[in-house]
Design a protein around this ligand. Structure first.
Ligand code: HEM
Length: 156
């Protein structure tokens, strides 16, 4: 079953109401692909690095481990910037004011989680003690995964 929906500026298109899948409009594909690709670098990179560090520690000098970690930061922070920029694009695209109370609540939790994720990784990078590295590293990693789950909930 279909309904004719109006999307402003005289544009009409058919939207499936029941089980018929529809393709996302081109600009939505660009917006979400950028957001998700950046998430794969920020979140997946942390998981992969955490998995590789024990081997690096065993097989290579401390300087090598530190150089690899610093190089990951050069990849991860631009990805975080892309996440925040495309995140605001997402908010505009889904019309924040038209969302339900539950959606807005999940969004606020996600924003808090994203702030904690960024701060934790920044503190992890500056940390000198093993305890600081472990606490801020694991908090950064878990909040990053939480941001993914909350993002999927927001996308519906
Ligand atoms: C660590 C940072 C972030 C991660 C890992 C992340 C991850 C994700 C993921 C995986 C999705 C689901 C996309 C989909 O299934 O189609 C998503 C959606 C979304 N994200 Fe993020 N995100 C982050 C930061 C942000 C920020 C900073 C904002 C807002 C300023 C934001 C706003 C949104 C919104 C509104 C959606 C829903 C988009 C839609 O329904 O079209 N995200 N996010």
């Amino acid at each position: 079953m279909h309904s004719l929906t109006h999307h402003g500026a005289g544009r009409f298109h058919f939207r499936a109401l029941h089980s018929v899948p529809v393709l996302a409009p081109a600009l939505d594909i660009v917006r979400l692909s950028l957001h998700i690709t950046a998430a794969t670098v920020w979140v997946g990179g942390q998981i992969a690095l955490a998995g590789l560090v024990p081997t690096l520690r065993r097989e290579a000098d401390r300087a090598v481990v530190q150089a690899v970690a610093r190089r990951f930061a050069v990849l991860a922070w631009p990805a975080f910037v892309v996440l925040v920029a495309t995140g605001f694009w997402n908010v505009a695209a889904v019309h924040f004011s038209q969302q339900s109370g539950a959606w807005k609540a999940v969004f606020m939790v996600k924003m808090a989680v994203v702030v904690i994720a960024g701060l934790s990784v920044a503190l992890h990078q500056r940390s000198k003690s093993p305890l600081g590295l472990a606490v801020w590293g694991s908090l950064g990693g878990t909040t990053a995964v939480a941001a993914v789950v909350l993002g999927v909930a927001l996308a519906g």
